[in-house]
Design a protein around this ligand. Structure first.
Ligand code: PRX
Length: 654
């Protein structure tokens, strides 16, 4: 978690940029009007927005049904199709507008218009239907960032199937766990892909995952032939994408579904060691994506929008797949990494495609500063008009560099706070209205009633710090944890906080004297490593499943570029700690083990061995002490009451 002073010290504010504000979608007057409406008539506020922004097949009468709170239902009796809203409704007005500019790892550019996207989606949707995919079936998508991944998602939405995208960096084991939890019968993947100049053989990984599944789990695996690489194809089960779309019609009537129909499940780390399937609705989620494109990203039809997030994360769902498509934007999708072939790649892409709105993560900004703070000056970045960040707090130094070197002090930065669970931006500046403070995500957007409360659910007031909550239900919030309503209730709507009325975000936050929100970090055992959410318990159980390891505890350590890094303390079985000769090889083995169990993003940077972990007499691991050790801080607290005080000294030694 960030130290309050390191992020709030430098709290100079930046008034809205006049040139920008003149043409902003939300002016101060509009903002006032939206807030007043949300305050005085909440249901009308959301009802009107939903009516005006979504194309409905059947209109709704009920805006919000709270009878089974916290299982809220929005626009319940309405019917829509999300892919229709993302594609078909643009076909009359802008069929030839470019929807996607795709740049591959090696710089090859492919563009797809809305009309072409429509045909691709209809064909793949028909192909899925031919294979037997039906409304509500789960389809797992394990693909790199690509046009086809978006086509696969929108095709599922078209036929009412529920997709679950699994980030390509997750291991075979993580993929298998997610397929089983969702009970998916279909998997869409690729033979392989190139990223950062390296080849990834995805189908091999998929085959390893399939070995972990019951033999009848998957009906079909659809494989897109993405690179020139052979792979095994099991007859009757594995089908090439091109064969699936070969003899099908390019018209697919959308399946209109009820507003609450699940659009997708996206697995994310919780703090119990088991990833949870965050289940989103159709209409409420779509509305959040559309409104934030307009309000926060100030979407204009002439924009070239670029969100750098991978499709495997919520940011890729909302601001690559659904948000930009639903408003009819032209967007850039980049397959590669910011540092390949060199650290100018992002800036060159902005110049080449004339990107006007650029949305990325603080970790990427910090890495690029380190690799060449002056490099952006070699590219023409004059097309930019708005910048955004997401995923973790941004430190004021990185913010200023982003503002000055990338935005040339003429582009507002929208620091957007939100979560997989909230579906879209919740706290963020409205760029034509809000004065910015570097490191603060400023205020809740209209209709979002956020607060910072103490452990009893009472407001902390200006200058206070506490737990971030959202006090009223909102349309884009997730509907449940897939298959686990109890976990949904107890983790997010605990009785202790306002008698289950508030949504508990799990973040600690500070409210400054001007009422600005500063999100400091997680209150639970979740880490944010390069903006990716990792559960310490999941890493611990991965480590403890290694044959030589008896016990493990994982904490976060502040990291200049990643924000946080994974620091593991491990105890070997039978007290057999490695010798100086074997320690490095065991560390490498454990890192690879975690890579295989979860994915490369979860590999610990630091591993320290000990005979014991510091525990209280009741057996609870003292993580606070481990955090002190990981950070190299002096231990000031009395440790004499520990079960094993000597463990501390040993773990402090490298
Ligand atoms: O801790 C907060 C942090 O990211 C968490 C949500 O992670 P995830 O579900 O992976 O979604 C990330 C992308 C939406 C939050 O609980 N977080 C997200 N955005 C910010 C942030 N922390 C500070 N400032 C932000 N702008």
């Amino acid at each position: 978690m960030s130290d309050l002073h390191s992020i709030t010290d430098n709290s100079k504010s930046f008034a809205p940029i006049t040139e920008f504000a003149k043409n902003a979608n939300v002016t101060p007057e509009k903002y006032k009007e939206l807030c007043e409406k949300a305050n005085t008539n909440y249901a009308d506020f959301w009802g009107e927005l939903a009516y005006n922004n979504i194309t409905w097949n059947k209109n709704f009468n009920s805006v919000l049904n709270e009878s089974e709170a916290p299982f809220y239902k929005w626009f319940e009796d309405g019917e829509l199709n999300v892919s229709y809203n993302c594609i078909d409704r643009h076909l009359n007005t802008q069929p030839n507008k470019v929807a996607i500019i795709f740049e591959s790892d090696d710089g090859v550019v492919t563009t797809v218009t809305y009309r072409e996207l429509y045909i691709k989606v209809c064909k793949f949707a028909n192909g899925l239907k031919l294979l037997g995919v039906k409304k509500s079936d789960r389809v797992v998508i394990y693909m790199p960032h690509s046009i086809e991944a978006i086509v696969a998602m929108l095709s599922c939405a078209r036929i009412g199937a529920i997709h679950s995208v699994v980030f390509g960096g997750f291991s075979a084991k993580s993929l298998a766990d997610r397929i089983m939890d969702a009970d998916a019968k279909y998997l869409v993947t690729v033979n392989g892909y190139m990223r950062g100049g390296k080849k990834f053989k995805v189908k091999d990984e998929v085959d390893n995952a399939i070995k972990l599944l019951p033999s009848n789990q998957l009906n079909n695996v659809i494989v897109q032939n993405r690179i020139d690489e052979s792979c095994s194809m099991q007859i009757h089960r594995d089908e090439w994408w091109d064969d699936v779309i070969k003899n099908v019609s390019d018209i697919c009537t959308p399946e209109f579904v009820a507003s609450e129909h699940p659009l997708f499940i996206l697995y994310t780390s919780g703090s119990t060691g088991k990833p949870k399937g965050v289940q989103h609705s159709s209409a409420g989620y779509l509305l959040g994506a559309i409104l934030t494109m307009q309000w926060v990203f100030d979407y204009k039809t002439s924009d070239i929008f670029w969100c750098t997030a991978d499709i495997g994360w919520i940011t890729g769902h909302t601001y690559v797949c659904y948000g930009p498509m639903a408003v009819g934007a032209t967007q850039v999708i980049f397959e590669g990494v910011p540092t390949y072939p060199n650290a100018s790649r992002f800036w060159q892409i902005i110049e080449k495609h004339k990107v006007s709105v650029f949305y990325t993560a603080p970790t990427a900004i910090r890495a690029l500063i380190k690799l060449g703070a002056d490099l952006p000056n070699q590219s023409d970045l004059s097309s930019l008009r708005l910048l955004g960040t997401v995923g973790e707090p941004i430190n004021p130094q990185a913010w200023r560099w982003y503002y000055e070197t990338i935005g040339k002090s003429r582009c507002p930065i929208v620091d957007t706070w939100w979560q997989t669970e909230t579906g879209c931006n919740m706290l963020a500046p409205l760029p034509g209205v809000t004065a910015l403070k570097p490191g603060s995500c400023t205020f809740p957007i209209p209709g979002i009633f956020a607060g910072i409360v103490d452990e009893n659910g009472h407001n902390v007031g200006l200058g206070g710090s506490g737990s971030l909550v959202i006090k009223k239900p909102f349309p884009s919030q997730f509907r449940t944890v897939w298959g686990d309503n109890e976990r949904f209730k107890s983790a997010y709507f605990p009785v202790e906080i306002a008698n289950s009325k508030y949504y508990l975000a799990g973040d600690s936050a500070h409210l400054d004297a001007d009422g600005y929100f500063w999100v400091l970090g997680r209150l639970d055992d979740i880490l944010k490593v390069s903006g990716h959410r990792l559960d310490t318990m999941e890493i611990e159980s991965a480590l403890a499943s290694h044959p030589s390891i008896a016990e493990a505890a994982v904490v976060g350590k502040p990291h200049d570029i990643k924000g946080e890094s994974v620091f593991a303390f491990v105890v070997c079985k039978n007290g057999k700690s490695p010798t100086p000769d074997t320690v490095e090889s065991l560390k490498t083995e454990l890192r690879n083990w975690v890579g295989n169990e979860i994915g490369a993003i979860a590999k610990p940077d630091d591993i320290r061995f000990g005979d014991n972990l510091p525990k209280t007499r009741s057996g609870k691991i003292m993580r606070r002490l481990l955090r002190n050790i990981a950070r190299g801080e002096a231990i000031t607290q009395d440790i004499s009451t520990l079960e094993n005080p000597s463990s501390i000294e040993q773990l402090q030694r490298e």
